[in-house]
Design a protein around this ligand. Structure first.
Ligand SMILES: O=P(O)(O)OC[C@H]1O[C@H](OP(=O)(O)OP(=O)(O)O)[C@H](O)[C@@H]1O
Ligand SMILES: O=c1[nH]c(=O)c2nc[nH]c2[nH]1
Length: 193
């Protein structure tokens, strides 16, 4: 998606440790017009599929998923929580995920009320790096008996391999920008096309 690539080139910075910082528009300050355009792009890609629910993971996937939902008939958006809470009651599907930016393991929890065997789920997230977050969401869907129809990602770091492994396994992964390489010394960012 050209608009997203241009924003990454203009406002993204490359940090050591394979970190791309795009918090000016994607995952701290949020450009909701861009999010709307991203939702439209996923709707075009997944047009042939019936989607009954969007599933994401807190925190950074939530805003993007909510904007995307407008383009899928305002389906419910469920976000997996990364901490237990007195506000979480009843039976839950749970697993654990290693967080790329926080560098520690988190529980990942969805109430059984909000993920069901009849659900046809689109997974949405801001970043795809090693694929840990998506593996957690896929596991929750498997536990619920829900069908993963596709995966919509804003920025995939292709050189980390998580996306290609999922594609090899047959998942329909639509990443709107795939970073093929990036260099913290020169600041250069190259995209896969
Ligand atoms: O493919 P992976 O290696 O799993 O990396 C991608 C995940 O990393 C980030 O989550 P993180 O927990 O780092 O931050 P967040 O709380 O801002 O979502 C991002 O939001 C994705 O969920
Ligand atoms: O802001 C971010 N930059 C990244 O490079 C990244 N990788 C996973 N999650 C990420 N979030």
């Amino acid at each position: 998606m050209q608009e997203l690539e241009e924003r990454i080139q203009a406002e993204g910075t490359v940090k050591v440790g394979d970190v791309l910082k795009v918090d000016a528009f994607l995952n701290h300050q949020c450009d909701v017009r861009l999010f709307d355009h991203m939702g439209a792009a996923w709707a075009e890609h997944f047009a042939g599929k019936t989607i009954t629910k969007i599933l994401t993971i807190e925190a950074s996937g939530i805003g993007i998923a909510c904007c995307a939902a407008h383009h899928f008939g305002d389906v419910p958006v469920v976000f997996a929580k990364k901490a237990q809470s007195i506000n979480l009651d009843g039976d839950q599907y749970t697993t654990t995920v290693y967080s790329f930016t926080k560098q520690k393991e988190f529980p990942v929890i969805v109430s059984k009320k909000y993920l069901n065997p009849g659900d046809h789920v689109l997974l949405i997230d801001d970043f795809l790096a090693n694929g840990k977050a998506l593996r957690g969401l896929i596991e929750l869907c498997e536990k619920a008996g829900a069908t993963v129809e596709g995966i919509g990602i804003a920025v995939e770091k292709g050189f980390q391999g998580g996306g290609d492994k999922l594609r090899e396994e047959g998942y329909d992964v639509d990443s709107l920008a795939i970073v093929e390489s990036m260099d913290p010394e020169t600041g250069t960012i190259e995209f896969r096309h």
